[in-house]
Design a protein around this ligand. Structure first.
Ligand SMILES: Nc1ncnc2c1ncn2[C@@H]1O[C@H](COP(=O)(O)OP(=O)(O)OP(=O)(O)O)[C@@H](O)[C@H]1O
Length: 312
């Protein structure tokens, strides 16, 4: 197998629910050895796409493949693609250990693997308690253990970090990195952008069901752009100074400005502006800044098109 082997893929995937276009013509490849973050605002279409990939939702059009075939055609799927998409899908009266036992047969593993995984997700002590008494984070850990049971080639995880405490989130980051470093593939959705910036190799960014960006994180975080945080009262002056020099400026949700030039150039413009040096902090782009820039621009574009359409 070569390094750039596609493990999970979508081609022209679309899904409509009546008038709602949940996913529109989405294509991507998640490659071997990569952690791929699937990001987007609420209602963007992430869960619907993951569910189509896993054969849980039938696409209106397009195809999704796991290891070269539709997920439902995989033989021994738990050994190929580990899945955590509904962290609450447990029988409440069953213990954590019994839950894993139910899937162990399908995953082709025995008691030893169950004990190892309970240990890995820090549930050994709680293993013989009913899942109904588990906290949200404990259920999430059990769901992750279930995904890992068959020692699969790939993991598909929908918001795996939600409900985990800070130690748990750091643990998950290490787990996913180690998994990818073994040459396996992770596709995960999350709203925790700082965490995703520390975790992922590639980014899929979706908004209104459409793919806005698909590629390496490092290409998204280009040094040819930066984030300017103006001091109170300086924002208008700094914005005008940057725009007067021909730099594209996008206001982020929290008053910061995402600027299409290097940090060095932005710092020089700030220093020369009427507000003067020290009136703003200039920082590198982050996954959060690029997420906000791309999704806000796309949403504004859609709103503009809708207004134009209704005026006709
Ligand atoms: N079963 C369904 N019936 C009708 N509409 C649906 C259904 N499932 C999803 N949708 C709609 O499809 C769109 C995408 O939803 P989806 O759950 O895929 O988004 P998401 O990106 O996972 O959102 P979140 O970040 O909030 O979990 C939304 O408008 C949602 O209301």
């Amino acid at each position: 197998m070569n390094d750039r082997e596609t493990v999970l893929s979508a081609r022209g995937l679309s899904k409509s629910y009546g008038q709602v276009q949940a996913v529109a013509d989405v294509s991507f490849d998640a490659e071997r050895g990569r952690v791929v973050g699937f990001l987007g605002p609420n209602g963007a279409g992430k869960t619907t796409t993951l569910r189509m990939l896993l054969g849980l939702v039938r696409p209106t059009s397009g195809q999704a493949h796991a290891l070269g075939v539709p997920y439902r055609q995989l033989r021994r799927p738990l050994r190929r693609v580990g899945v955590s998409v509904e962290a609450d899908a447990f029988t409440p009266g069953r213990t954590g250990r019994d839950h894993l036992r139910c899937y162990a047969g399908l995953a082709g593993c025995g008691r030893k693997r169950i004990a190892e995984l309970l240990d890995l997700v820090d549930l050994t002590e709680a293993a013989d308690r009913a899942v109904r008494g588990y906290s949200t984070g404990m259920k999430r850990r059990l769901s992750i253990a279930t995904a890992l049971l068959g020692d699969p080639d790939a993991l598909v995880l929908d918001e795996p970090a939600s409900g985990l405490d800070p130690d748990g989130i750091a643990w998950l980051r290490g787990l996913l990195r180690g998994f990818a470093d073994e040459g396996k593939t992770v596709l995960l959705s999350s709203h925790l952008l700082d965490e995703m910036q520390k975790t992922v190799d590639d980014v899929l960014l979706i908004n209104r069901g459409r793919m806005l960006y698909s590629g390496p994180l490092e290409d998204l975080l280009t040094p040819q752009a930066c984030v300017v945080r103006p001091a109170a009262g300086s924002d208008e002056g700094i914005r005008h100074a940057l725009e007067a020099r021909g730099h594209g400026v996008h206001a982020l949700a929290d008053g910061r400005l995402r600027v299409g030039t290097s940090r060095q150039e932005a710092s020089a413009v700030v220093a020369e502006s009427s507000s003067g040096a020290g009136s703003a902090i200039v920082e590198p782009c982050t996954l959060e800044s690029e997420f906000m820039r791309l999704t806000r621009a796309d949403t504004a574009h859609a709103a503009g098109s809708a207004t134009k359409g209704s005026a006709l």
